[in-house]
Design a protein around this ligand. Sequence first.
Ligand code: PNW
Length: 571
Amino acid sequence: MSATASDSIMETGTFVNCFLLVISLVIIPVNGGYDKERDALLKGTFPQDFIWSSATAAYQIEGAWNVSDKGPSVWDTLAHQDNNRDTGDVACDSYHKYPADIQLMKQMGLKYYRFSISWPRIFPTGEQQDGVNQDGVDYYNNLINELKANDIEPMVTLFHWDLPQALQDRYGGFLNNHTTNTTVIHDLFGDYARFCYQNFGDRVKYWITFNDPWIIALEGYGIGNFPPKHRDPAEGQYKAAHNIILSHAKAYHIYDDEFRAAQGGQVSIALSCDWGDPKYPDDPDTVEAAERYVQFFVGWFAHAIYKNGDYPDVMKATMARKGREEGRNSSRLPEFTPEQKAYINRTSDFFALNYYTTVEVADSGHIVTENPNYFSDMDVEKGHAADWPQTPFTWLYTVPWGIRKLLGFIRDEYGDPDVYITENGRPDHDRDPAILMDMDRICSYMMHTNEVMKAYSLDNVKVKAFTAWSLMDGYEWLPGYTVRFGLYYVDFNDPDRTRYPKASSVFYKQLVRNNGYPEGSDFTKYVENMWYFCHNTTEAEVNGYTGGASQISSPFSLFLAILGVVCCFID
Ligand code: PNW
């Protein structure tokens, strides 16, 4: 795509709009679980100061994995372990291309950007005493300055999974000595956070300590698919989570004690959660099971940080019972001391939420097994409704109304905090030819942001921000480059890693410009045209994955297509 062509698409969006309208009229809807009342389009806008943002993470986009003194992270190690695996060695090369990336945000009218700092790019071994990589510090200074020069506020994640390998080797990473007060990893994370506040905090006002501790703990230390690949499904995730919560609290207190007065920023932790929807909503056991699912998921972290410094009661009780049944002396869920509880309690200034999907939950009854794991511990059965549209990720079904329910839960459970949605997005496959008309992503953003608006204006949830995951396609962790989340397409075969706008970037630009779905705007009219289609189509239909159902197949569809084009131009 030439620069002029993409510019003109960015400028007007007309071509894309027409294309979408035509598609909306000719595709034969399939059942996507549409509920007329629940899923109705809400017209209206977000408050004037609503934050529209997009996000990335260091290892997923930076590349430059070994330039100057950067140390290896556990992801570098894993990616290099076997030859067939994609690596983040170059990724999007954003380490060199960040000024161009900032222009992509500018083109969409974004005023915020959430990115992460790579700990081993700052401290190669993770420890300040072993040396600081000045080139790394310069890189983040330049990035932040360039953002500010373009009127874009940085929101900075300190830890998006790329633990310095040396900390894993020396201390066992987040398994380090988890039950004592003197755990090294807390202090080291604190030192790293302090260094970042010191060096970047004059310009950075939003800090996220950890991105998604749930997955770090579970995949890194329990199930063991993610680095450091520690496999201990019975206990690993609970020990790691315990340490992460305490490390987070440490970084929060350091900000509070040493920087808040001078810098005036805010600190949070980004928690992901599936909404757990009861499969049989009239059955009390099912409802309880669904609540248990959400408490084990987001409550595992949020209960301590937002409520009382401790794990949810249902989690403690369930785990205590399991411990007894398993003949153990103590629960597999570690305990915080009273001092630790006080230290952890209320260590977040706003609720940062990553939402991707919903699961349908039923009660499994007490699961007794010799090989317990996090999921068997919950005593639930989880699944999905047959009519929820699936995505390339087996765990990710598109269930927009789930985010509204989850936001309501957060409002009620955690004392009505300000909520910043720090991630929401939709993957598609890496296909040839590239999917630039990414209808499924447009539909996903349309439906999710509308549900967020319902949460804001109908349910009074104090939602302050929406962040699209992701600004551009990146290294999608274990699936490497086979799955794409970007508003911008990145050609990973091109040494220049050229970025191309997808239709979703045009859509997002219009959404940001309209600040929602105002009555009577052209944008809202377009959304109205798309609404039914978006709620009734699966990925297969949108992007032709099944190869079947060529949509302009009947004279009637053709007639509708022509009508669509005509209407589009009249408008
Ligand atoms: C996010 N879940 O994590 C990450 O923060 C991103 O870096 C990543 O690119 C994105 O997911 C897409 O994979 C999650 O199972 C991974 O609920 C899994 C879940 C949630 C969030």
